[in-house]
Ligand binder design. Structure first.
Ligand code: SAM
Ligand code: DTB
Ligand code: SF4
Length: 337
């Protein structure tokens, strides 16, 4: 078993990050095998429940109102539409259902009441329910927890130093405060970032440094490769080379041995072999379904073929695991640190 540590120095992280790629992959695979069922992949499904028209200026995001990306604005979906989508995702093998809203922050209004209702309804399907709704207060996080929310996604995206180059309408501390409220409410934390934003290796190391030194490691760590979208300031950024993604996944796996490392946006550009290297290097979660929030993702049949070729299996939802193993939500990821 690997140690869970929350006192990593930047130098220690850099020493891991800079290992020769095959060595790094082997080291990460070892940590992965010691802490997880090798080849088992948790499948999440995403649904945009409120699309576009967002007031923020996140320079990667097709849903920011100020960029002309062609994304159609859509008001909050009806609960029945969301439940139907969740049911279909479950039938397709997803154990987690994640609802995303293009909001800067949650407001205490009727829309939030409706999201609370959605969380309760999807929970009845025995799926792990996740939301990503922007900034939250402690009180709002508590309401979500009481409704049965399992996870909250709130990415730090990049290093603290690079943050203001990417987003100017909120601060890194705003992000960290929301993550703190989520943690205090007893909801599991899903937090990671994006590579390909124009950041340096030092920024990538800095982002991992922030994640790993949180009082508890996030239970899920999404590693997104930028999907450049026409109309956004980052539209012309180069696609992230696959080896950089593998390096990021492997370093995250070694630093956060018990967390789920999710190979997130950007899979459409990766071959089965390249994704296979990410799974070898410790990725054990994906978003499945032909759409992320507004951009494309591999079709169901393509992922099914990938699972067959690589011999991957899908992980059951927490509720099902609890029934068969007696596992408790808080013992899911790691001991107190
Ligand atoms: N509005 C909420 C927020 O910002 O937290 C929730 C939705 S937001 C779209 C969720 C995450 O998607 C962002 O934090 C970012 O990491 C990721 N994301 C958005 N656009 C992306 C893109 N073009 N490529 C890769 N990841 C992206
Ligand atoms: C995460 O880290 N990646 C997902 C999810 N969390 C919400 C979102 C990716 C969005 C990619 C761009 C889009 O489809 O709009
Ligand atoms: Fe809005 Fe979230 Fe997109 Fe930023 S990432 S513009 S907060 S939807």
């Amino acid at each position: 078993m690997s140690d869970i540590r929350n006192n990593w120095t930047t130098e220690e992280i850099r020493a891991i990050y800079e290992r020769p790629l095959l060595q790094l992959m082997m080291d990460a695979a070892e940590v992965h095998k010691a802490n997880h069922k090798f080849g088992e992949v948790q499948i999440s499904s995403l649904l945009s429940i409120k699309t576009g028209g967002c007031t923020e200026d996140c320079s990667y995001c097709p849903q920011a109102a100020r960029f002309h990306t062609g994304v159609e604005v859509h008001a909050l979906l009806k609960t029945e539409q969301v439940v139907t989508a969740a049911q279909a995702a479950k039938e397709g093998g997803a154990s987690r259902f994640c609802m995303g809203a293009a909001w800067r922050e949650v407001r205490d209004n009727r829309d939030f009441d409706r999201v609370i209702e959605m969380v309760k309804e999807v929970n009845k399907l025995d799926m792990e329910v996740c939301c990503t709704l922007g900034m939250l207060t402690t009180h709002q996080a508590k309401r979500l927890a009481e409704a049965g929310l399992y996870a909250y996604n709130h990415n730090i995206d990049t290093s603290e130093e690079h943050y203001s180059e990417v987003i100017s309408t909120r601060t890194y501390d705003d992000r960290l405060n929301t993550i703190d409220s989520v943690r205090k409410a007893g909801i599991t934390v899903c937090s990671g970032g994006i590579i390909g934003l124009g950041e340096t290796d030092e920024d990538r190391i800095g982002m991992l440094h922030t994640l790993v030194n949180m009082p508890h490691h996030p239970e899920s760590v999404p590693i997104n490769a930028l999907v450049p979208v026409e109309g956004t300031p980052l539209a012309d950024n180069k696609r992230v080379p696959f080896d950089e993604l593998v390096r990021m996944v492997a370093t995250a796996r070694i630093l956060m041995p018990k967390s789920a490392v999710r190979l997130s946006a950007g899979r459409l550009e990766l071959s089965i072999a390249e994704q296979g290297m990410c799974f070898m290097a410790g990725a054990n979660s994906i978003f499945a379904g032909d759409k992320l929030l507004t951009t494309g993702n591999p079709e169901f049949d393509i992922d099914k073929e990938m699972f067959r070729v690589l011999g991957l299996t899908s992980k059951a939802a927490f509720a099902d695991r609890k029934a068969t193993t007696g596992e408790k939500k808080n013992q899911l990821q790691h001991e107190p640190c």
